[in-house]
Design a protein around this ligand. Structure first.
Ligand code: ARG
Length: 492
């Protein structure tokens, strides 16, 4: 059989190998709810401008609603989700189904579906970032006074706290949530009505369709509208950068659970064992997250490479956008979800973390700053403490093992407080905003909490503007997208 959508000029149907090579239904099926919603808006508009009778519109809307309710399982085999919906509509509504595609092309359809999908999915990902940020924030609060070593060059550098360290990842996640919200906000112009590439000779009301679908407005160049994948590229960048952040957290988790650090323990139910070595308990989840960050990065490069040098307007290369986009977003959604579960339950060994932060010359910088408070230029203070380190080292110890009198003599001052050489005293001594000291940390925790709430409010207000409250990427479990589109009440 020739293709239902475009078979008119063909004498022979598509070869099986062409079908397998060309068809995208296997993955663009997840656009189904958005394809149906956009088709409903289009049908309503066609009736309003007099291209459809009201009765015809109602038949189309009823058919489309049935297709939505039937979900993916109810769809016939087809080239892509758009042709599957049209074919299914023929099965339900008969000849009138042939009127739905009036003034429309799969090129502006897929561009519209993708923007709707991106709006919903980026809000989901923003919300998931905020969930993990909330869990880490809670853990950071609980550990705000627990010292641990802070590192540069993976060498112990200065004393920080566990809460301060976790707070760094809260900051990354809050920025990530903001970026996913920006992806949403940059997908608010509706391409539908741009046709295959040059719009239409029919009097379509593009603004009406845009408003029915909860867009802010319409795109203003039909060539760009059907070939623009900036939204997908931006979303892929946002997902990739989030995964890069999570891979850094994952790397630290694998370090921290190792016998060498041993400051973190993951629950058994989130770890795996070895088939050969009976004692092993391996942190596979963080390792997989570290690995999958590579996959997301590959997806980003895939899409940018597809777009590079592509002439206007639509080219079939653009069909390759979806698997990369979906994959990176799925990888991120999965990683955020499982990390949230793990961080809800992981436990720190506070005593061990503190022990790692004792000694090791970690008081050096604070001692130099003490000398500065006593009037020495910082560079001279630096040299004096450096010399004291050398002295201690020669005796097989550290700044913290020198007797007070030996230290004071080496530094040339008196009255060095004992707390300046303890982990707790060092962490507590930091006073600048953003540092691990108790005052600054309380301020930062409050500030992070406020920013998190503000971002959560932005997610909620944008969700309310979606034509569907479809929170899931899986078309068979979406909510009801029809309140607005197929009712007769004017909702614009
Ligand atoms: N499935 C295509 C895509 O995802 C949309 C169809 C455009 N096809 C066409 N022959 N113009 O990009």
């Amino acid at each position: 059989m020739s293709s239902m959508m475009w078979g008119g000029r063909f004498t022979d149907g598509p070869d099986e190998i062409l079908r397998r090579f060309n068809d995208s239904l296997g993955y663009d099926i997840r656009l189904l709810p958005w394809d149906v919603v956009a088709s409903m808006a289009h049908a309503r508009m066609l009736a309003e401008v007099g291209i459809l009778e009201d009765g015809e519109r109602d038949e189309l809307l009823a058919g489309l609603r049935g297709i939505f309710d039937g979900g993916a399982a109810g769809l016939p085999a087809a080239e892509d989700v758009h042709s599957a919906v049209e074919t299914a509509l023929y099965e339900r509504a008969g000849r009138v189904a042939g009127k739905l595609h009036t003034g429309r092309s799969r090129n502006d359809q897929v561009a519209t579906d993708l923007r709707l999908y991106l709006r919903a999915r980026s809000l989901d990902l923003a919300a998931a970032c905020l969930t993990l940020a909330g869990t880490l924030l809670r853990r950071a609060r609980a550990h705000q006074d627990d010292p641990m070593p802070g590192y540069t060059h993976l060498q112990r550098a200065q004393v920080i706290t566990i809460g301060h360290h976790l707070g760094a990842y809260v900051e990354m996640l809050l920025r990530d949530a903001g970026r996913h919200l920006e992806v949403h906000d940059s997908s608010l112009l509706c391409p539908l009505g741009s046709g295959a590439l040059a719009g239409s000779s029919l009097p379509l009301d593009r603004r009406r369709v845009a408003s029915l679908l909860g867009f802010d407005g319409i795109t203003m160049n039909s060539l760009d509208a059907v070939s623009d994948r900036d939204g997908a590229a931006t979303a892929l960048f946002a997902a990739t950068l989030s995964m890069i952040h999570l891979s850094r957290l994952a790397e630290e988790m694998t370090l921290w659970v190792s016998g060498e650090f041993a400051i973190l323990a993951l629950p058994d139910r989130f770890c795996t064992g070895s088939s050969l070595m009976p004692h092993k308990k391996n942190p596979d989840v963080p390792e997989l997250i570290r690995g999958r960050a590579g996959r997301a990065l590959g997806d980003l490069v895939t899409l940018l490479t597809v777009l590079k040098g592509l002439p206007l307007a639509y080219n079939k290369d653009l069909q390759e956008d979806k698997e990369a986009l979906f994959d990176a977003q799925d990888v991120l959604g999965d990683a955020l979800g499982i990390l949230d579960r793990i961080w809800d339950a992981a436990t720190f060994d506070r005593a061990r973390a503190r022990a790692l932060a004792e000694g090791g010359n970690l008081s050096a910088t604070a001692l130099a700053e003490l000398l500065v408070r006593r009037g020495l230029p910082f560079r001279e203070a630096h040299h004096r403490v450096g010399a004291a380190v050398q002295l201690a080292d020669a005796a097989g110890g550290t700044l913290e093992t020198l007797s007070s009198s030996a230290l004071e003599e080496a530094l040339g001052v008196e009255g060095v407080p004992g707390t300046i050489r303890t982990a707790a005293g060092l962490a507590a001594g930091q006073v600048t905003s953003g540092s691990p000291g108790p005052g600054p940390m309380r301020e930062a925790l409050r500030d992070m909490g406020r920013r998190r709430s503000a971002l959560a409010r932005r997610v909620t207000s944008r969700r309310d503007r979606l034509p569907s409250r479809a929170p899931s990427p899986h078309p068979d479990v979406v909510g009801n997208p029809f309140q607005q589109i197929d009712s007769d009440e004017d909702s614009s």
